[in-house]
Write a protein that binds this ligand. Structure first.
Ligand code: GTP
Ligand code: SPV
Ligand code: MN
Length: 613
């Protein structure tokens, strides 16, 4: 690989090398060059490579990763351009306990984030990064979140020693020289530094310095910990930027729905990790809806940047360029669009290999696990699956280009994004939260988002199934004090003349045996239809203690695998359940002290009164 634009000032082995990073064909940006020198002096790479985004360079990197075993080439006929990667066994999900927001004042990170004094953290990290790239190549990835040149895009530079990161960033973001060209001499970019070091989980850190616009990640090689454009920049850093600049960075999918009359509506939805964003974003309408002329398109599946448009509406863009989706559970029935998205130019992480034909497999892909399987840890398996030892890791993922998705929206390519008709919040809750309800107004809607709770999933370390409060699905992703974040949401009311209606959904209500009552997936359009009709003021609803609930007969269940009686059951207000929730909400709110907006205190107390009265 051609290495350009740098010189080692001192080449003797075992001595600390000093690098001179020269102006080169890639950039003359002094702020960038100085930072790269600083990082190179600290990490001591053997080589520095600028990622241009050219296919030839990327192909060279793929070949190198194949030669070291970092990637495995899959069946070129069945899965053209696809690769398998296995991460270290101790490194398979985001590590929330080791994720930090380092602001000058502790209170600015807030009670839901880990915090350390920025100077102390820098000292600690410096020791860990020292010499960490010795003998390795350092890659410099210029990337854009959003369309390059758009006024809404944010640029970043990720320095990494991982080819897997380069190749994933190439799918997930817009990378390469065009970003440097547009950046010019400006210092307006996020600095992201990633080193795998020795993957020691006890020294793993994912650290954000919002005030310095920088991110440092060390000792991991996995997804959300290392693809720094994703959760680190586009949510944690961007949420902080949004609070300063008057916009919102949210953990939301963006869905386009066209009704039979040709009206187009866009909906943004915040569900916690592994709670159905990708699935809803790629929804295929039930047959009857298709016949009637309903069409659904996908603008984004994980992150939305939301701004106030000149028309007084909220407009959402998807800053990403690909999907980093959960593999298990994805199949021809649940999400055919996602499945077809993964059929080419995809990197699979921690799924199982079918050694007979060099394809991939994961739980619930089909009912025929490969007889000759290699599981996600690299172990040969005979295809029988003890329940505690799945073939694919529960958080195994695919990284695919957004343009692979058969239902990708034309608006995906539009810099200004789409106007929102509705915002939906939703969690994974076996009890209490009904299938759908609507908030009464913006303030009540912000309250509904702030009291979201959900069962924990395999997307992060921690105990799966435990219920925790996850406001706006942003608990692990809010880069500043969550109390200030709620206030920022509340303040939007003044700026948005035509706000979207706000709803809450729960696809995961379960019966006594733990089976989901609502069929979900494509049938979720039935709920979306009600949401759109409500937002347009076309259908009545029942005002209850928690907000507006549908009259059950207003949800279309023609040719749907649920009867009216069951539907009524999941459209109830479980007063005892909600009263228990109130206790928990008060306790949670209590953590925020005087950073908790008064509006939310009023909301919870008046809901308590309604439930008791
Ligand atoms: P992240 O990428 O971690 O942010 O996750 P996500 O929110 O995009 O979740 P995703 O759509 O990948 O779904 C995660 C899991 O939930 C998968 O196992 C899905 O099969 C399951 N799931 C998604 N939608 C539904 C639904 O409507 N009903 C049921 N029962 N399960 C669903
Ligand atoms: C999530 O956990 O919400 C994800 C996957 O989308 S990761 O990129 O690992 O954060
Ligand atoms: Mn996510």
């Amino acid at each position: 690989m051609q290495a350009t634009g740098y010189m080692e000032l001192n080449k003797e082995e075992n001595k600390v090398k000093k690098y001179e990073i020269k102006e080169n064909e890639h950039t003359s940006n002094r702020i960038l060059l100085d930072w790269i020198k600083e990082v190179a002096d600290l990490t001591q790479p053997k080589n520095i490579v600028w990622i241009t985004g050219e296919e030839e360079q990327l192909e060279e990197l793929r070949q190198e990763a194949l030669s070291t075993g970092e990637l495995i080439k899959l069946n070129e006929e069945k899965l053209p351009g696809c690769y398998l990667h296995r991460s270290h066994k101790n490194d398979v999900a985001r590590v929330e306990g080791r994720t930090f927001i380092c602001t000058t004042k502790k209170g600015d990170a807030g009670p839901t984030n880990n915090w350390m004094d920025p100077d102390k953290m820098h000292d600690k990290l410096e020791k860990l990064y020292k010499d960490s790239m010795k003998g390795k190549t350092m890659y410099i990835i210029p990337f854009s979140m959003g369309i390059v040149g758009s006024p809404f895009a944010k640029y970043g530079i990720e320095i990494t020693d991982s080819i897997y990161v380069v190749l994933n960033m190439n799918i997930m973001t817009r990378i390469g020289s065009k970003v440097l060209d547009d950046l010019g001499e400006s210092g307006d970019f996020t600095k992201g530094l990633h080193a795998q070091a020795d993957l020691n989980p006890d020294e793993r850190y994912i650290v954000h310095f919002p005030e310095e616009n920088s991110i440092m990640s060390i000792n991991s090689g996995y997804g959300g910990n290392v693809l720094l454009g994703k959760k680190c920049l586009s949510l944690r850093i961007a949420s902080y930027m949004g609070s300063q600049e008057g916009w919102l960075a949210e953990h939301m999918l963006i869905l386009g729905v066209e009704d039979p009359e040709g009206n187009k509506h866009y909906i943004a939805g915040a569900f916690p990790s592994a709670c159905g964003k990708t699935n809803l974003a790629m929804l295929i309408p039930p047959e009857g809806y298709q016949k009637d002329g309903w069409k659904v398109s996908c603008v984004g599946d994980d992150i939305a940047w939301i701004r106030v448009g000149e028309d007084g509406r909220l407009w959402a863009t998807n800053p990403e360029n690909g999907f980093f989706g959960v593999a298990p559970g994805t199949n021809e029935k649940s999400n055919p669009n996602a499945l077809s998205t993964t059929k080419k130019d995809t990197i699979f992480t921690n799924v199982a290999l079918n050694a007979d034909d060099n394809t991939v497999w994961w739980e619930k892909l089909d009912k025929n696990p490969p007889k000759n399987a290699v599981d996600w840890t690299g172990k040969k398996r005979d295809g029988s699956i003890p329940s505690d030892e799945p073939l694919a890791h529960p958080n195994s993922r695919f990284t695919s280009p957004a343009v692979n998705c058969p239902s990708i929206s034309r608006a995906f390519h539009s810099p200004e994004g789409v106007p929102l008709t509705a915002i939906i919040f939703g969690g994974r809750r076996a009890k209490t939260a009904p299938l759908v309800y609507q908030s009464k107004d913006w303030e009540h809607g912000v309250f509904v988002g702030s009291i979201m709770a959900s069962e924990q999933t395999a997307a992060a370390d921690g105990k799966v199934g435990v219920i925790r409060r996850d406001p706006m699905a942003m608990l692990p992703f809010c880069g500043y004090n969550m109390g200030d974040y709620w206030q920022h949401w509340l303040n939007m009311k003044e700026k948005v003349e035509n706000p979207p209606a706000i709803f809450n959904v729960n696809w995961f209500r379960a019966d006594e045996d733990g089976n989901f009552i609502w069929p979900g997936f494509g049938d979720n359009l039935r709920v979306i239809e009600w949401i759109i009709r409500r937002a347009r003021g076309e259908v009545d609803a029942k005002l209850t203690e928690i907000g507006y609930l549908p009259f059950p007969t207003d949800i279309n269940i023609d040719a749907c695998d649920i009867d009216l009686e069951k539907l009524e059951k999941i459209l109830d207000v479980d007063k005892d359940g909600w009263l228990e929730d109130i206790e928990d909400i008060r306790e949670f709110y209590g953590k925020f002290g005087d950073r908790l907006p008064n509006e939310l205190v009023r909301q919870v107390e008046s809901m308590a009164k309604r439930l008791k009265g």
